[in-house]
Ligand binder design. Structure first.
Ligand SMILES: [Zn+2]
Length: 275
């Protein structure tokens, strides 16, 4: 019996005294930085397109465009690539490459470029990251890479590098734990588009952060389970919203709606990062 106790005690010490400090030392730093990814569209009348039940009569919302940089130790991931640079009213004043340069980063240091979905205000600058592994929902990748469907629904041009086989792409069929330690998880949230994804980032100081993609577009849209008229699947949209809300509740996560200007102050202002 005494020997059994000693063995158990040794076992407890082996896990508590050795493993835990070793793990704590090796845990990579995870940070989250918001990147402005277009010029704000200003107060937008959302009654026409963002509810298929006419829910937002005359409502005006400060719509803008957000991308994010996630640091995981020495690795970097960009989440969404916003509007293209150019002369359009919603084009960004500074490109993603310029913003990264302010953080002393080059596109070559970005290991993953992750795309929430194929709409042009999320994909506009993806071609600036040809060396990054593209992470995108398979449902969206299938549309982008199929010559029969691509141009009618989404613009495949920014993805030419990957469609041609010149870049690495991993079409996602479910959730993806990007770095294998649960800190950065791409979540399967179909409905807005066939392969739409949201993002969970688990930060040491700020806690859990849920980034919407376009599972929802603004606060009132989220609170009333609004489904835009242009979503590809109504039932899937509602199921994804339900899952997103349950995750937010269970993980006590800060929810950030990418297009809602009122959510920008939830993260430190660029170039600062949430930790
Ligand atoms: Zn969209």
């Amino acid at each position: 019996m005494r020997r059994l106790f000693a063995t158990l005690a040794l076992g407890a010490c082996a896990s508590l005294c050795l493993s835990t400090p070793a793990l704590a030392q090796s845990a990579p730093v995870v940070t989250l930085t918001r990147l402005e990814c277009g010029s704000p569209a200003g107060p937008v009348d959302v009654s026409a397109r963002f509810s298929d039940t006419w829910a937002y009569d005359g409502l005006k919302v400060p719509i803008l465009f957000s991308c994010y940089l996630i640091r995981h130790g020495d690795d970097y991931m960009v989440w969404d690539t916003g509007n293209p640079v150019g002369s359009a009213a919603t084009a960004p004043k500074a490109s993603l490459v310029d913003l990264l340069a302010q953080l002393r980063l080059t596109p070559a240091q970005v290991k993953y470029v992750a795309i929430s979905h194929y709409h042009g205000d999320h994909t506009g600058q993806v071609s600036e990251f040809p060396q990054s592994t593209l992470l995108i929902g398979k449902g969206d990748w299938d549309v982008l890479s199929d010559p029969k469907t691509q141009a009618s629904v989404a613009n495949p041009a920014p993805f030419a590098n990957w469609i041609s086989g010149g870049g690495k792409v991993q079409p996602l069929t479910g959730d993806r734990d990007v770095f294998g330690d649960g800190t950065v998880v791409i979540l399967n949230m179909p409905g807005h588009t066939p392969g739409h994804r949201s993002l969970l980032v688990r930060l040491k100081e700020m806690g859990n952060v849920l980034i919407s993609g376009d599972v929802t577009h603004f606060r009132e849209n989220y609170e009333s389970n609004g489904v835009p008229t242009f979503n590809t699947d109504r039932a899937a949209s509602l199921a994804s919203l339900d899952r997103f809300k349950q995750i937010a509740a269970h993980l006590k996560a800060t929810v950030i709606i990418q297009h809602d200007g009122r959510d920008v102050p939830k993260l430190p202002a660029f170039p600062a990062a949430a930790k």
